[in-house]
Ligand binder design. Structure first.
Ligand code: EPU
Length: 357
């Protein structure tokens, strides 16, 4: 493959590759060039080739949190690094370190740990996507988040071409957020993730829906929690292989207690969750969207899911722009009705596509 005099590109790159099948939304988009990364040491070469040809680079994991609203004009590198290894933490007989390459499917890693008697990840079962994407947004569900089990992350820094390892603390994980969305945004390519698990971890049952599901089980084990989480998710969240979606489209917004109490005067049923900050509450965006009248709504093939109002879906032929337009209309309604700004949790490309309310 070559393009113009002196512009020789890598012969293994695919041209004009369809990205729809590589993302869980399944909307049509194409990459000008596309390749897989199967060996870590190929990364600097690929990046140098892209640089040499003035091609922007997009790193793609499992594609489960991404909405393309346009074609990508550069090189898309899908991370296909594989491998899981387990070792005891030195000096501590209770803790086990699990290293997983960034391209491993997250749910497969959860199953691997469960099958090897390493509890701790079962609340995070069935989260779509790759292991390398997990720290970027500090994935979380049913009362557990990655921050509870993360030991460290290895990444390649595109600025100095070095591999670095940073601790969980240095990842600055918070609600659906990390250093990889800020100081290391566009600089880090995550290569592997190390988890710190214990064989003695007790089930985490704080989440109300999980408590209800296990109410008849006096001593649930990790497998019971895993099964319950899978059942809850399957009942509420659409399977992307059947109905395109990227899970929660928006983050749950944080508001002051005063603001929440003001809203409760009009909507006494509005739920709120405590946060690490005493005078802030997290409100369920799903509730706000439902009470702004959007649950089950549809604009062409772009829709709001009938079971979970926080999930936008592709009923078949929706384009990224149609999903984006729907999302913006939803956000505008929520702003008008509740004076709350919804921020997308999904990565929308190109980066300037989202115009908030
Ligand atoms: N609710 C509604 N209408 C709905 C759905 C929910 O009013 O259509 C209200 C209910 O009051 C419910 C509350 O919203 O109690 C919370 O709903 P749910 O338990 O389904 O969780 P969520 O806040 O909508 C978050 C995560 C999910 C995660 C679940 C379970 C975010 C942005 N989303 O959703 O993560 O699976 O909790 O822990 O924090 C994802 O990030 O893609 C994702 C699916």
């Amino acid at each position: 493959m070559s393009e113009g005099p002196g512009r020789v590109l890598n012969s293994s790159w695919l041209q004009n590759e369809a990205l729809g099948p590589l993302t869980s939304f399944g909307v049509p988009a194409r990459a000008r060039y596309f390749t897989h990364l199967e060996q870590e040491d190929e990364l600097p070469i690929l990046l140098a080739q892209a640089d040499h040809n003035d091609l922007p680079v997009l790193i793609l994991g499992g594609g489960s949190n991404m909405l393309f609203t346009d074609d990508f004009p550069g090189l898309v590198i899908q991370i296909a690094l594989r491998g899981i290894s387990v070792r005891a933490e030195s000096g501590a007989n209770d803790w086990v370190l699990v290293n997983a390459a960034a391209g491993e499917n997250w749910h497969s890693l959860v199953e691997y740990c469960l099958n090897n008697n390493l509890p701790g990840l079962e609340n995070l079962a069935l989260i779509p996507g790759s292991t390398g994407a997990a720290p970027v947004q500090n994935i979380g569900a049913y009362g557990v988040e990655l921050a509870d089990v993360l030991h460290s992350v290895r990444y390649f820094d595109r600025r100095n071409q070095q591999v670095h390892q940073i601790s969980a603390d240095e990842c600055q994980l918070s609600y659906r957020d990390s250093i990889f969305k800020h100081a290391l945004k566009d600089h880090a390519v995550i290569l592997s993730v190390c988890l710190r698990l214990s064989r003695h971890t007790r089930p985490r049952l704080s989440y109300p829906a999980l408590q209800q599901a296990l109410a008849n089980n006096p001593q649930p084990g990790a497998r019971d929690v895993f099964d319950a989480v899978c059942a809850i998710r399957r009942s509420k969240l659409p399977d992307p292989r059947v109905l395109g979606n990227a899970g929660s489209f928006f983050r749950n917004p944080l508001v002051t207690v005063a603001k929440w109490q003001l809203l409760r005067q009009t909507w006494p049923d509005l739920p709120a969750y405590e946060t690490d900050v005493p005078d802030m509450r997290k409100l369920p965006a799903a509730w706000l969207i439902e009470h702004a009248g959007w649950k089950g709504a549809r604009a062409g093939d772009a829709g709001v899911h009938t079971q979970q109002a926080l999930v936008l879906v592709n009923h078949g032929q929706a384009t990224g722009r149609q999903i984006l337009a729907l999302a913006q209309n939803v956000a505008r309604s929520v702003k008008e009705r509740f004076d709350i700004t919804l921020e997308p949790e999904v990565n929308i490309l190109p980066a300037n596509a989202w115009q908030g309310w």
